[in-house]
Design a binder for this molecule. Structure first.
Ligand SMILES: Nc1ncnc2c1ncn2[C@@H]1O[C@H](COP(=O)(O)OP(=O)(O)O)[C@@H](O)[C@H]1O
Ligand SMILES: [Mg+2]
Length: 473
């Protein structure tokens, strides 16, 4: 016997109460970007970190962390959020797109696409960006803060590059020397300095640096102390090395008044060190620009702009060397109250747990812990013990996540795999509350913008054309 399913309607509480006793409230918030339907109840779910923080007060800070196995739709749902938020006047900043996943979207929105890569575009890590010109429009504490922030970021970035090149962080003394050197460049250098200027400054052994180096008035000692540092810095410079992209003047300055994506997809996936370094450089530069925009808006000099900062493939930067977690933390920390939303995307907790030192692992877990919401797609069972340490998942929720990573079926008619069953399914967790399972269904417009397998389709189209040509007519 079949029982026909009842039709469902959505109505406001003012009208639906007349339907008593057939009305039921939905458990899903309706504030923010429409994501899809609740898998259990069918109710529409709207969610994005900025709306949930600012308008709905559902989360403690406007950030979200995405975890799932690759290919299940993380970048896609973040694109949906970015698209929806643009409708609310928020500007997405994609600080490093390795695939590229976001370039088409930002282009379609008339945003700025900045290409970085060997022989394509460069980002000078000693470039203070707009900070200098912003500082000249500001006064007092605001001015100090903008300058200090710019200095801190560039110092962090130089240290990060050294860390990547050496696979270990610079010593305390080296960090102190670099800090003072960046300060000296700011005060005395004409124009925007590049890495070569930093090297020349350290070689020139000015009194200030000798003091920080504690050379006890002995120039020979200074040379000994700075030798390793200079070797590493010079190692960054050569062509084909990691530093090549970062040691020449910036090719395209970033705009603050439109959506921006840094297209770094030309860097080969096997070049993990360079990928990590370039992501860090984009984050440093991008967060610096947000800081400047906020400072200018606070002073009433520019309109208040809201940004949605997207950090995809986070694990690549974290894995680029020991101590990188600290650098990432230093570069990406922002005043949470300013309407800047962030989305961090990684694969699994085991990626974060694979870091070499316990201190790094703890801090990497902290990224997840501190996020306002954690959004998980399909994950292997082995993840669960680690994940539940950070976010409490019920057994039923864990089973759901494990089910979503099942492999796709084989479509014998089409001769290829069907879509994975868990693609587009996500569980949204806010603190200890029950998770909200949602399926993100793409619109046609998104489908045309979302083709991350473009390269494959193009080759298959080409091979189809070749096959066609080979058929004798
Ligand atoms: N909700 C969805 N519905 C249909 N296809 C999707 C959906 N989400 C993702 N896809 C497709 O799945 C593929 C992988 O998605 P992507 O977002 O790049 O995954 P991830 O970032 O998790 O690796 C892409 O080709 C994308 O178009
Ligand atoms: Mg992705």
């Amino acid at each position: 016997m079949y029982v026909q399913a009842a039709d469902e309607w959505r109505a406001t509480t003012v009208q639906a109460c007349g339907m008593w006793p057939f009305a039921a409230g939905t458990g899903s918030p309706m504030v923010g970007v429409p994501l899809g339907r609740n898998i259990l109840s069918g109710a529409t779910l709207c969610a994005d970190p900025i709306s949930w923080f600012q308008h709905a007060n559902l989360i403690s800070n406007p950030s979200c962390f995405f975890l799932s196995k690759p290919g299940l739709g993380k970048s896609t749902v973040v694109r949906r959020m970015a698209l929806g938020l643009m409708g609310y006047g928020v500007m997405p900043l994609v600080l490093g797109d390795l695939k590229p996943d976001y370039v088409d979207l930002i282009k379609a929105a008339d945003g700025q696409v900045i290409e970085l890569g060997r022989g394509r575009g460069r980002l000078n890590i000693l470039d203070p960006g707009e900070a200098t010109s912003a500082a000249s429009r500001l006064t007092g504490k605001a001015r100090e803060e903008v300058l200090a922030d710019a200095r801190g970021r560039r110092h962090t970035m130089v240290c990060a590059l050294i860390t990547i090149l050496r696979s270990s962080p610079p010593s305390d003394r080296e960090e102190a020397i670099l800090d003072r050197a960046v300060r000296l460049l700011d005060d005395h250098h004409e124009g925007v300095p590049i890495l070569r200027d930093l090297i020349e400054l350290i070689e020139a052994a000015p009194e200030d640096l000798r003091q920080v180096a504690m050379d006890r008035e002995d120039l020979e000692r200074y040379r000994d102390v700075t030798e390793d540092l200079l070797v590493t810095l010079k190692g960054l410079l050569g062509t084909g090395r990691v530093g090549e992209m970062f040691s020449a003047p910036t090719t395209t300055p970033m705009r603050r008044d439109c959506p921006v994506v840094f297209d770094v997809s030309s860097i080969d996936d096997s070049d993990l060190a360079l990928q990590g370094a370039v992501l860090m450089a984009c984050w440093s530069y991008g967060f610096g620009a947000v800081k400047v925009a906020n400072a200018l808006a606070d002073a009433g000099l520019e309109p208040r702009r809201h940004y949605f900062v997207i950090l995809d493939e986070l694990w690549r930067a974290l894995r680029a060397g020991q101590g990188m977690v600290d650098r990432v933390d230093g570069l990406t920390r922002l005043n949470r109250q300013r309407g800047v939303g962030t989305a961090m995307i990684s694969h699994t907790m085991s990626d974060l747990q694979a870091l070499p030192s316990e201190a790094d692992r703890m801090k990497a877990r902290g990224f997840v812990e501190r996020s306002g919401m954690v959004i998980c797609g399909g994950l292997p069972a082995a993840e669960m013990p680690m994940l539940t340490q950070v976010v409490p998942f019920s057994q039923a929720e864990q089973d759901m996540l494990i089910g979503w990573q099942d492999p796709p079926a084989w479509d014998s008619q089409a001769g290829r795999e069907t879509a994975p069953p868990g693609r587009g399914n996500f569980l949204i967790k806010v603190g200890g509350r029950p998770g909200i399972p949602v399926h993100v269904a793409l619109t046609n417009l998104e489908r045309s913008l979302n083709d991350t397998n473009k390269l494959w389709h193009e080759t298959s189209r080409i091979s189809a054309a070749l096959d066609h040509a080979a058929v004798p007519s």
